[in-house]
Design a protein around this ligand. Sequence first.
Ligand SMILES: *Cc1c(COP(=O)(O)O)cnc(C)c1O
Length: 370
Amino acid sequence: MSAERFETLAVHGGEPRPAAGGSVVYPIHQGTVFEAGPGGDAPYTRLGTNPTQRHLHGRLAALEDAEDAIATASGMAAISVALHSVLGAGDHLIAAGTFYGGTLRFLTEHAARLGWTYDLVDPADARAWREALRPETKAFLTETITNPLVRVGDLAGAARFARGHGIASIIDNTLATPVVFRPHTVGFDLVCHSATKALNGHSDLAAGVVTGSRERIARVASVMCAYGCALDPHAAYLLSRGLKTLALRVRQQHVNAMAVARLLDGHDRISDVRYPGLPGHPDHRRATELFDGFGSVLAFRPAGGTAAADALIAALRLPYTAASLGGVESLVTRVSGGEAAALPDDLIRFSAGIEATDDLVADFTRALGD
Ligand SMILES: *Cc1c(COP(=O)(O)O)cnc(C)c1O
């Protein structure tokens, strides 16, 4: 691990010294055509070798404590090319988690067509992983903090399990961000992100990230080139800029999420407050051991069912009613029960932004009629 603290890495990690052209801001190379000698290899945007893309890759690798990184056109592109890089027809995947809806849909709608089989298992139950293991198992997929139920599985145990059985371990670190947890440090092979969320943080671009060893990222990059889902250089530049403030934003989100979780926890009109920072959360101890902060996302249920949930959301003035997470603006949404199994219809997800804590707490207090 680098000796520098994360705040420093977010600003300086992967930045060339001396600065390119003397500018402390790395430029956008929007061009797709580069000169090469006769027969030589030239950078090419679809391959992710445009200088602005490569600059971003170096920054991302530094932040996730990885040898290498590749940026893709979305978070789903990152997850799907990561899976393609380790699974072929006839292979089996252990999918340990409840999973982001898009990831779950990718498996349910496309895995069979690709000749992949998978088992969905509990991320915290090591016995379930062992029982799911088959001779053809090639990969283990999980999420650092599950969405929307904010569970934290046995992450170090999962990476050990995968390594011990010679299978690739892949983790979606979107909800945690490398500020909270860096999965390579406990042995995960590939780390994926929807950079659309907290890494960029400003709700103004779609991007994905995969980090890992040079060898593994070369395989991921080869799939990405074949499918043609590299990140556009202009978006790469914006993402690199967004990363500069990642540590500050995520720490303020943590403070805000914690304050709102504390207000809701124990409130007589609210039940089932789920935030790993609360001592009553089933994974609180594990999250405290593994994490630096607990992220921006919490979930809860108001007394009175879906009508009460919708009324509370309508009464809030600061958060936008929108389904994303990790941005500078607070967002609130009712998570529909249809997508993942066993979600109550009145479950509200709140993604804390970077507003003043007191203003958010006052908004919730007023909306709850206190
Ligand atoms: C949003 C999200 C994704 C998908 O990211 P896109 O950039 O929208 O493709 C994947 N995983 C998690 C946990 C997410 O929140």
